[in-house]
Structure formats: C-alpha cells, structure tokens
Design a protein around this ligand. Structure first.
Ligand code: HEM
Ligand code: HEM
Length: 163
C-alpha cells in the first residue's frame, strides 16, 4: 500500500457523504421498522416511500464503502499522525477496518432480512446497528482526543485534500 501525505479530495468527499447518509439511516428508520413489523406479522413486504428510501440509502452506502475500499487499496491512506501513542495507532487501524466491515454487513443483513425474509438477519441488523453506533461514538471520541489532548490537528486531514 502507498503512503500518501494526506487524504485525496475524493476520499474526503466520500467520507462526509457517507456520514450524512448514515445519519439519515438512523434518523429516518421508523417507516422501515414499522413496515418490517407488519411484514413479520402478515408476510406482506410493502414498498412505501420510507422503505424505498431506507433500501436506496443503504445500497448507496454499500456502493460508496466499496469505492472507498478500492481507493484505500489503490492510493493508500496517510500514516498515523506523529504524537499518537503506538497502542492507539493499532487500535485506530482495527477500528477503521471494523467500520468498513459494518458499512458492508449492515446493508447485507438488511437486504437478507427484507429481500430474503430471513428473521435471523433482521435480528443481526438490529444488533449491528447498535454496534455501529457505539463504534461511531468511539470514532468521534478519538477525533476529539486528537484535537484537544494530543493536538495532532487530525480534523484538518479530513477537511483539506492532498491530491
Ligand atoms: C448502512 C446501511 C444501513 C443502516 C445504517 C441501517 C440502519 C437501520 C436502523 C437504525 C434500523 C432501525 C432498527 C430498530 O428498529 O431498532 C433499521 C431497520 C431495518 N433496516 Fe436498515 N440500515 C441500513 C441498510 C439497510 C438495507 C440496505 C436494508 C434492506 C435492503 C435494510 C433493511 C432494514 C429492515 C428490514 C429493518 C427493520 C428490521 C430491523 O429492525 O432490524 N437496512 N436499519
Ligand atoms: C457515520 C459516521 C462515520 C463513519 C462511518 C466514519 C468513517 C471513517 C473511516 C472509515 C475513516 C478512516 C479513513 C478512511 O479509510 O477513509 C475515518 C477517518 C476520519 N474520520 Fe470519520 N467517520 C464517521 C464520522 C466522523 C465524524 C462525525 C467525524 C468528525 C467529528 C469524523 C472525522 C474523521 C477524521 C478526522 C478522520 C481522519 C482520521 C485519520 O486521519 O487517521 N468522522 N472515518
């Protein structure tokens, strides 16, 4: 993997577009949750606007996550900033990979629950959405520690492109 000095414009754009899409999935999930309750009771998987929105949003997240992984592989990501303790370097690497895994597993489990009508996938989707939320909170917490404690200026890396 290459070692660029920063994230590219495309990597930064994709990061923030996915943040907005994920936020929408959490904020607007109610129509999908209600429709799934009805589907489990009646066996009728009705396609309303919130259901289509949830599926389309999730599919787009999956697509963009794959694109990001391709960019990561082709172009690489910058080395951890100096000033970050070694144990956190390793932790953040594992955490970023876990975030990617969940960006893929969430849409896949959702699709298996809705399209495949597999009950266990619905339960997995619910558990994964909680796990993902915790991971995002840890991610934002880590960014705050970088900014306020280690003063590595990490936020700038996700704002200013180094193409
Ligand atoms: C990263 C993408 C996704 C995120 C972050 C996400 C998030 C969520 C959230 C927060 C809920 C509410 C769970 C609850 O009621 O406690 C939910 C429910 C649901 N989602 Fe998704 N979703 C994603 C993708 C998808 C996709 C692509 C599909 C279908 C193709 C899908 C199908 C469902 C279904 C069937 C439910 C209701 C069942 C359940 O609560 O587990 N989701 N999703
Ligand atoms: C849905 C929410 C989020 C997801 C899925 C997410 C995902 C990621 C991932 C996977 C990376 C690793 C770099 C890459 O491979 O592209 C990253 C880096 C980063 N994220 Fe997020 N992020 C989210 C929310 C946020 C928020 C709210 C902030 C700001 C408070 C933020 C700030 C950053 C920064 C500064 C980096 C750069 C870290 C570094 O240079 O090592 N992220 N994010």
């Amino acid at each position: 993997m290459k070692n660029p000095s920063g994230y590219s414009r495309m990597q930064i754009t994709l990061h923030w577009v996915v943040v907005v899409l994920v936020a929408l999935q959490y904020l607007l999930h109610e129509g999908m949750s209600d429709a799934y309750d009805v589907a489990e009771e009646t066996g009728i998987y009705a396609l309303s606007t919130p259901v289509i929105g949830h599926i389309a949003g999730g599919a787009l997240i999956l697509l963009l996550a794959c694109w990001r992984l391709i960019l990561r592989n082709d172009r690489g990501v910058p080395a951890a900033p100096a000033g970050e303790p070694e144990v956190f370097r390793r932790l953040s690497h594992v955490a970023h990979l876990a975030v990617y895994a969940l960006l893929i597993l969430l849409p896949v489990s959702g699709a298996l629950a809705w399209g495949g009508q597999i009950e266990a996938a619905g339960e997995a989707h619910e558990a994964l959405k909680t796990l993902f939320l915790l991971l995002i909170l840890a991610h934002v917490g880590a960014v705050a520690v970088h900014q306020l404690v280690w003063k590595t200026g990490l936020m700038k890396r996700m704002m200013r492109a180094q193409d």
